[in-house]
Ligand binder design. Sequence first.
Ligand SMILES: NC(=O)c1ccc[n+]([C@@H]2O[C@H](COP(=O)([O-])OP(=O)(O)OC[C@H]3O[C@@H](n4cnc5c(N)ncnc54)[C@H](OP(=O)(O)O)[C@@H]3O)[C@@H](O)[C@H]2O)c1
Length: 252
Amino acid sequence: MPETILILGGTREAAELAARLAASGKARIVTSLAGRTREPKPLAGETRVGGFGGAEGLAAYIKDNAVDLVIDATHPFAGTISANAGKAADFCAIPLISLARPAWQPVDGDRWKRVATIADAVTAIPTDATVLLALGRQHIAPFAGRSDVTFVIRMIDEPESDLPFERAVLVLGKPDLDVDAEEAMLAGRGIDMIVCRNSGGRGAYAKIEAARRLGLPVLMIDRPPNLVGLHSYASVEALLGAELLRRLADPS
Ligand SMILES: NC(=O)c1ccc[n+]([C@@H]2O[C@H](COP(=O)([O-])OP(=O)(O)OC[C@H]3O[C@@H](n4cnc5c(N)ncnc54)[C@H](OP(=O)(O)O)[C@@H]3O)[C@@H](O)[C@H]2O)c1
């Protein structure tokens, strides 16, 4: 049974996992955050913040902290840290298990145009559109060249410098979990298209349902090839049922 588990986090699922594993009191649980959010919600167990310094840095952290299991519960688009986790776990000869939420699938009424990259999304936006840019702050810069488009940009934290957009409205806060609230936001701001990544999960799905209700098109950026470890689980529940974790997750 693992004694020290490193969860690579930054997602709702990682927070849930930390809570469930820490509650057992049977292992030391450390969640690692990249440090992108200024005031992340407190997590169960221990938290460390900031990059490790590549795969070598992560391997050094694993050794120094006697980590005996890594759980990659990062965002499905966070490919670098997932690849580094694979290399570091191999190097340290410890198991790595991954949580990868399934991608969203279009349903009746969805008006998705699927694109492979952010660059493809930039060119696919029609002239004079008013677009909800539902992407992390590190991914919005390529859209600034579209001075013919009005962007409504949603971010968790206030940006440190002015956004390089000619026509942009900043909305601070997380995506709402409530479809009615997302529908009201889209309608109230005159949005006629959404650009987002196919993140999967519930946390960011309300806007997709709201777009369906309003008949709005969604430019959906597809996932990069899956960079997951040996074992991949689609939900927290499934992962807690993994052989390595079953006894830890058992509250008795
Ligand atoms: N909740 C969400 O919707 C959401 C959306 C996007 C991203 N995120 C989270 O934000 C983080 C960054 O995403 P990204 O797309 O920039 O990742 P990325 O491109 O895969 O990683 C870039 C670098 O950031 C550092 N890093 C990333 N995740 C880390 C973690 N959990 N702990 C410590 N260092 C980490 C690593 O630096 P070093 O090489 O120096 O170790 C990594 O090489 C991820 O942890 C991801 O889970 C969450």
